[in-house]
Design a protein around this ligand. Structure first.
Ligand SMILES: [Zn+2]
Length: 397
């Protein structure tokens, strides 16, 4: 298993290094949140969250989610997506306006599957608060909530975030309690299964997504500032996403909106602030490609702050420059032509490829046919084989 892991990494490095260098600008603009000394203040009760300049303790986070439902019982409901390895709750707040909700499309925000990337965790809590408290007074948000069912999961890896204990996000970590990277732990269009067994956090998330009909979602991360659109497991040269031009427009609107408030944002990876995931660097078994490829959900990976655990001094500024874009992104659900997405999702799930990576022989199984290929006399690298007109990606070791 370890051997397979290292070989896979080696061959991936070969194809990704070139793109990564190409897309990084030579000169980085100053990004104050990474230069200033870091301050991490925690709110130990609800009152201390009122000024929105702290991260909540785990208990305060749970209390906030419950309080939303108590304060706005006609507008929201609290779903339990599942529980983590250490039995912390993975929650989703389902928000929509009053009236008949059955015909409204479903939208999903989910944050912090990397436990130390907590900017999105804060932003999502604040978004819940803003949507709920603005319903009925802001025509824009009232109209939005009357047309969409919005689901917000502020924290999908609570064990990673509260790795040091429920009282602080200092010492948070990327991984779950089994030290597994949850964003390398989904089935992906590469055809390979994750190297480690599917983690309970991801099993819960997969069940939740399969029990809904999300049309559009975003998965919030930190460590860079860039909109990362699908695919993650292919470069745009290998396989362009069917909706690439739509994604670019959506990403551009997001970035441009943020830059109206702070022109320095989203400049550390590409000048325009967005990139095809695989052109930045290829990853496998990530959530974005799983959602897009297998579930028919258009999911975007949003990298929202260059600092993973943003200093609490900067939280309010990040909300000020990103909140409009986060709200507007929900409206992008109305720009989707829904008819093609689910057809692509069902066919994609039917192409299983093994072994992958391979030293030569490759088998591709569809529901009705089994195809055999041999790459023994080909050099090592990444190949895309067309099977019944469907691209299948193979790594030759
Ligand atoms: Zn991340």
């Amino acid at each position: 298993m370890m051997k397979r892991h290292s070989l896979l990494l080696l061959s991936l490095l070969m194809v990704t290094t070139m793109h990564a260098q190409k897309t990084r600008p030579d000169a980085f603009p100053p990004i104050p949140d990474t230069l200033a000394p870091k301050v991490v203040n925690m709110a130990t009760n609800l009152d201390e969250m009122a000024s929105w300049d702290r991260y909540p303790t785990y208990e305060v986070y749970i209390e906030m989610m419950e309080r939303f439902v108590q304060n706005y019982p006609t507008l929201c409901r609290l779903d339990t997506i599942g529980t983590s390895v250490q039995n912390r709750l993975i929650l989703s707040l389902a928000i929509t306006g009053i009236g008949d909700t059955s015909g409204r499309p479903e939208f999903f925000y989910s944050s912090t599957m990397h436990g130390d990337e907590v900017t999105g965790f804060y932003l999502m809590l604040r978004l819940c608060d803003t949507l709920l408290s603005s319903y009925g007074s802001s025509p824009d948000i009232t109209n939005l909530l009357d047309r969409v069912r919005v689901y917000i999961n502020p924290l999908s890896n609570p064990d990673g975030t509260y790795h040091s204990g429920n009282h602080t996000v200092v010492g948070s970590m990327r991984y779950n309690a089994n030290y597994i990277d949850l964003n390398r732990n989904y089935p992906d269009p590469f055809g390979t299964d994750p190297l480690d067994s599917l983690q309970v956090e991801n099993i819960a998330m997969i069940n939740y997504v399969q029990n809904h009909h999300f049309l559009l979602s975003a998965n919030l991360h930190g460590g860079s500032e860039v909109m990362n659109y699908p695919w993650d497991s292919y470069t745009s040269y290998e396989l362009l996403n069917d909706h690439a031009s739509w994604w670019k427009e959506v990403c551009k609107r997001f970035v441009d909106t943020c830059r109206m408030f702070d022109n320095w944002r989203f400049r550390d990876v590409s000048n325009n602030g967005y990139i095809n995931g695989g052109d930045w660097y290829v990853i496998h078994n990530g959530r974005q490609d799983y959602f897009n490829y297998y579930c028919g959900v258009r999911e975007l990976t949003m990298e929202l702050s260059t600092s993973k655990t943003l200093s609490t001094d900067y939280l309010r500024h990040y909300w000020d420059c990103q909140s409009h874009a986060l709200i507007n992104y929900i409206k992008e659900i109305f720009t989707i032509n829904t008819t093609t997405d689910r057809i692509q999702a069902t066919t994609a799930a039917q192409y299983r490829t093994y072994p992958n990576p391979t030293r030569g022989p490759i088998t591709v199984a569809t529901p009705t046919q089994v195809y055999h290929y041999n790459l023994s006399d080909r050099p090592s690298g990444v190949y895309v084989i067309s099977v019944e007109g469907h691209p299948v990606k193979v790594v030759k070791q």
